[in-house]
Design a protein around this ligand. Structure first.
Ligand SMILES: O=C(O)c1ccccc1N[C@@H]1O[C@H](COP(=O)(O)O)[C@@H](O)[C@H]1O
Length: 231
């Protein structure tokens, strides 16, 4: 099948827009861990609002913790097949800037959420032979895509996929690379040259237990990227 031309409403291509690789740390919950990770200077912090996840925020994350984050940190709520009304209610309550849709959400739902004033990251599980044409209808309605490995759970599987699939990425929407990234990957990731790559998403690879980030592993990743808090 021929790759369709990108629609004109798409955001600009990321290479020029982002001077350095963006870093999102996801699955945050406890106040102490949140503060320690925020100190490392991530660009995005992610909170899982999918009840089936072992990183579900539950009652542990309170809105004031999110509202109290440094202004420059983008706050991302992660949802899996949640109704738009629920997504928006949570997003407004917690002061989220971005919504990461990690299930089977449609382009229409992405558009609806964006029209309500939120930025949208649409996640896709990538396997061998991933068909980039399927992203076309999402292009006008997303600020970022996120590419994750396929696995038994919608996300947080700790699996790395073959990033070479992304060499053929054809769209102008920037994306975050996710899936099992660990401190050992930092040196490789910082030099990755892939079309459209804007940033990375770190999650289970920094944990001692689901939702509990190990400050040493977080610091090791940022060091490996040349972004240590002290630098
Ligand atoms: O982390 C979870 O439990 C989770 C649950 C439901 C949807 C998304 C989830 N996490 C996202 O999964 C990817 C990859 O995580 P990992 O590095 O493989 O652990 C990441 O984008 C998280 O935001």
């Amino acid at each position: 099948m021929q790759t369709p031309a990108p629609p004109p409403a798409a955001p600009p291509c990321p290479e020029a827009a982002f001077p350095r690789l963006l870093v999102k740390v996801c699955g945050m919950r406890e106040a102490a861990s949140l503060a320690a990770v925020a100190d490392q200077g991530p660009d995005f912090l992610g909170f899982i609002f999918a009840p089936a996840s072992p990183r579900y925020v539950g009652d542990v994350l309170t809105p004031d913790l999110v509202h109290g984050l440094p202004e420059h940190v983008q706050r991302v709520g992660v949802f899996v097949d949640a109704p738009t009304a629920q997504v928006l209610a949570i997003a407004y309550r917690f002061g989220l800037n971005y919504v990461q849709l990690h299930g089977h959400e449609t382009p229409a739902q992405c558009a609806e959420i964006r029209a309500a004033g939120l930025r949208v990251i649409k996640a896709f599980g990538v396997g061998e032979g991933f068909d980039f044409d399927t992203l076309g209808p999402y292009v006008p309605h997303c600020d970022f895509f996120l590419f994750d490995a396929l696995g038994p759970a919608p996300g947080g599987n700790g699996r790395v996929f073959d990033w070479r699939v992304l060499e053929k990425y054809p769209w102008p929407v920037p994306y975050l690379l996710a899936g099992g990234l660990r401190p050992e990957h930092a040196a490789v990731v910082r030099n990755l040259q892939l079309p459209g790559l804007a940033g990375i998403d770190l999650n289970s690879g920094l944990e001692t237990a689901p939702g509990v980030k190990d400050p040493a592993r977080v610091a090791a990743f940022f060091d490996g990227l040349g972004r240590s808090a002290a630098a």
